[in-house]
Write a protein that binds this ligand. Structure first.
Ligand SMILES: NC(=O)c1ccc[n+]([C@@H]2O[C@H](COP(=O)([O-])OP(=O)(O)OC[C@H]3O[C@@H](n4cnc5c(N)ncnc54)[C@H](OP(=O)(O)O)[C@@H]3O)[C@@H](O)[C@H]2O)c1
Length: 344
């Protein structure tokens, strides 16, 4: 192969609000790579195939002096996230041409790695589409599995409310709850999303942009479990409609990622209803140690045999990544957002 452009998506500027395509992040094609001859210096060359677009990436678009649960992106450098690529050359022991690499990869067409730090060779026994390994068989799937197993204390007949129901996290939680015989209330922000979560078996579904969450929960509650993907006013409504001893699984608060956090007025309900609130991160080594083997054994099989459903939202071409990064914050994705950088 001749020398080819090695397009990248760069972090350009810290956003004030939603990330702006071309301003916050931008596609750059100034670098080239000679894929046949570039020196590997004992490492391996990966052609990147699919990259995940996740809500938490907004937290990386910040001033690095502010400490958070995840490192900040560096201005002028490529973004990076969960991804899958294929090895096209290797001088590294244990990594061979044709291996699929799963882990943190840059928003680039090609990248050279010196070691397997934060990477693994993908074991795709079930022959799933590679994109699932950044979605329901990857980080978002793990997050739903870990959180559900550790914190739900679900009992048949319990009522659960799941916000952000149509994404990879919410849709997996709905299916876990369904399998355990819970009554499910779930919300999302468009008719297509509502249709999807209804198809997963949710009993009460609603578009929170049209119907007030507080009204639905008043009518259909009280709730015994709240799986929170959005925070803000939705969390406030869930607090108002919680049963005694309800479990609140605090997974995400996307309503405050790009806009200021809504001030919640009824936190005393935590005491009055003896609620149990669990905030968690999928990166928690304790949860990983406890649940990852089971996740790997169970979930790919259930996806392969169709017992677990999913939808994916593909953006084709790395040059379109800046828009995809905005779309997932705004809600223009129906299902797991994935950038298809290259076909195999
Ligand atoms: N704790 C962890 O380790 C962990 C791991 C993974 C993900 N998460 C969190 O879990 C949540 C879901 O992640 P995901 O990957 O499944 O995302 P996702 O649902 O694919 O995408 C995010 C969705 O959030 C919704 N949204 C945006 N602004 C909103 C608002 N103001 N109010 C209500 N909904 C809003 C949009 O859908 P609508 O059209 O429905 O508005 C959007 O599509 C996120 O908060 C994420 O940060 C946490």
């Amino acid at each position: 192969m001749p020398v080819v452009p090695n397009g990248r998506v760069l972090f350009k500027e810290i956003p004030n609000g939603y990330p702006i395509p071309g301003k916050t992040t931008a596609y750059d094609e100034t670098q080239t790579i000679d894929t046949d001859n570039v020196p590997l210096e004992g490492g391996f060359l990966v052609k990147i195939l699919v990259i995940s677009v996740d809500p938490y990436l907004r937290a990386k678009m910040r001033d690095p002096r502010i400490k958070m649960f995840t490192e900040a992106f560096i201005i002028g450098e490529s973004l990076y996230n969960w991804a899958v690529g294929v090895v096209i050359r290797s001088e590294y022991e244990g990594v061979k041409v044709g291996d699929y690499i799963n882990g943190t990869l840059p928003f680039q067409h090609y990248a050279i790695f010196k070691d397997m730090n934060e990477l693994e060779i993908l074991d795709n026994t079930e022959k799933l589409p590679l994109s699932l390994y950044v979605g329901v068989a990857g980080m978002p799937g793990r997050s739903s599995y870990y959180g559900w197993k550790e914190f739900s204390s679900a009992k048949k007949g319990d009522t659960i409310f799941v916000s952000g129901g149509a994404g990879p996290v919410g849709s997996m939680v709905i299916q876990f709850a369904k399998a355990e015989g819970l009554r499910i209330i779930a919300s999302a922000g468009s008719d297509d999303k509502i249709k999807f979560i209804k198809s997963l078996g949710a009993d009460v579904v609603f578009n929170y942009k049209i119907t007030k969450t507080a009204d639905i929960l008043k009518k259909e509650g009280p709730i015994d479990i709240y799986w929170d993907n959005v925070g803000g006013e939705t969390l406030e409504a869930a607090l108002d409609n919680a049963s005694m001893g309800a479990r609140f699984i605090e997974c995400g608060m996307i309503s405050g990622y790009n806009e200021s956090q809504y001030p919640i007025h009824n936190l005393f309900r935590i005491i009055a209803c003896q609620l149990k609130l669990f905030g968690f991160l999928n990166t928690d080594p304790y949860l990983h140690e406890k649940y990852d083997d089971n996740f790997r054994q169970e979930i790919p099989k259930l996806l392969a045999n169709g017992e677990l459903q999913y939808t994916e939202h593909f953006t084709y071409g790395l040059e379109n990544a800046p828009k995809a990064l905005l779309d997932v914050q705004v809600g223009n994705n129906l299902g797991k957002s994935v950038i298809v950088v290259a076909e195999e």
